[in-house]
Ligand binder design. Structure first.
Ligand SMILES: [Mg+2]
Length: 432
């Protein structure tokens, strides 16, 4: 039977800040979106203050003034670097994994001799010890159940951060499902949950026991698959990753193994052009770009290299040229010569749509000429493939900086911003 784990960082952005600010270990923290717009991450203590997700900054500013809350601008350079370190550690402990978002990855534990709860605790402890980030681990026979267990592990402190579905009796499993609304299940959004409640499906247990044929007729095959996954049937393989909301993912395994950087770059440019096209089609822009690169995980005779890295964009963008340039720069950091590569993929995150794009008034104008150019780029790249026009990327300079008044230093990626420490007073006296 397949076994999947979902490893997810707790309040990830805020936890990255805490690594370098141990004085904030137990205090309320929020992190703001681009241009200090609204709250995108809250620590447990900030939630306890009643701060809601997505609250605009002005709504919480009075708490900050009273000294009750610490507010950070988002420092994606720091978060991206911490994410890379976290994923590297996880990759060293599990045979197969797939990055799902900046702070989440799925691992395939199928066939491992380890007890899943023990392995989950080892993963947590290693990430905590080596990079100082708290995580939770959910384990289950399907990705949907792994994700569900992760949610429960986050919510219930007595689970010590790890929950394995297989460790629960059938009665406890049913109670666990009953305790969560259907909207908490992976792939069931708020709108779908409302429609389901008309059918008497309110919690996750109702959903697991719903008639798959009826659900398929009403809501389609994707929702039917959720039901089968909730009942322990794995319908999604490791690499079948439905992108989370707020993220766009394009990747594909190659028909043959690729060795050369240029061949990988061509594939990556192609995916990036497609993703940029989709981004424009939905009227949004990305603040963060990630690239992942994988060798063939089932060719055990080959040396393995699995890597992922992220980079913030200076200004949220849907521009093929800017995105492609960033993707190729990431590829150059990840690529190692001498490996046989099977897959490359691009992830666009921190998506901002229409009215939520606060940077518009600052950003270079996307006039009709630029839009026509981007349209032509998509058409050419689509027709001739392989990022045909990507070398034009040099044409765009974006010197625009976001408003980020409360940004922490890039402690881990810039020499000038390394954390400083003072020796204790006793040592100073001893030395002088
Ligand atoms: Mg998280």
């Amino acid at each position: 039977m397949p076994t999947f784990a979902l490893i997810d960082g707790n309040s990830f952005y805020a936890s990255c800040e805490r690594v370098f600010r141990p004085d904030l270990a137990k205090t309320p923290i929020v992190v703001l979106s681009n241009n200090d717009g609204c709250v995108v991450t809250r620590t447990r203590e900030a939630k306890a203050l009643g701060i809601r997700m997505g609250a605009p900054y002005f709504e919480v500013a009075h708490l900050e003034r009273k000294g009750l809350l610490t507010v950070f601008s988002s420092n994606y350079e720091l978060y991206a670097d911490m994410s890379r370190r976290m994923m590297d550690i996880i990759a060293s402990l599990v045979p197969r994994f797939e990055v799902y978002s900046i702070d989440e990855c799925f691992a395939d534990l199928t066939g491992l001799p380890d007890d899943p709860t023990d392995l989950g605790q080892r993963l947590r402890a290693r990430v905590e010890q080596w990079v100082g980030l708290p995580t939770c681990v959910g384990v289950g026979p399907s990705k949907t159940l792994a994700k569900f267990c992760n949610h429960l592990a986050k919510r219930h402190g007595k689970l010590a951060g790890v929950l394995d579905w297989g460790s629960l009796s059938p009665e406890r499993q049913a109670k666990a499902l009953e305790s969560e609304p259907a909207a908490e299940v992976w792939g069931i959004g708020r709108r779908l949950a409302d429609q389901l409640s008309d059918l008497g499906v309110h919690n996750a247990l109702d959903l697991a026991r719903a008639d798959p044929a009826l659900i398929r007729r009403r809501f389609g095959v994707v929702v039917e698959r959720v039901i089968r996954e909730l009942n322990g049937a794995a319908c999604l393989a490791l690499e079948d990753v439905a992108p989370p909301r707020q993220q766009l993912v394009r990747s594909r395994s190659f028909g043959t193994l690729l060795y050369e950087r240029d061949a990988l770059a061509a594939a990556l440019a192609h995916h990036t052009a497609q993703a940029a096209h989709d981004l424009r089609a939905q009227g949004s822009a990305a603040g963060l770009i990630g690239v992942q690169l994988h060798t063939h995980r089932f060719r055990e005779q080959d040396a393995q290299h699995h890597a992922c890295d992220w980079r913030p964009l200076p200004v949220a963008s849907c521009d093929t040229l800017a995105l492609t340039r960033a993707a190729l720069a990431l590829l150059d950091r990840l690529y190692k010569k001498g490996y046989a590569y099977k897959k490359v993929g691009v992830m666009l995150a921190e998506l901002q749509t229409g009215a939520a794009r606060q940077a518009d008034w600052l950003a270079p104008k996307t006039g009709p000429a630029r839009l026509a150019l981007l349209g032509a780029l998509d058409t050419v790249n689509h027709r001739y493939g392989r990022g045909t026009l990507r070398l034009g990327a040099e044409a765009i300079a974006s010197g625009w900086q976001m408003r980020r008044d409360k940004t922490s230093p890039c402690y881990s990626s810039r020499f000038a911003e390394l954390p400083r420490t003072k020796p204790p007073e006793s040592v100073v006296q001893h030395l002088s």
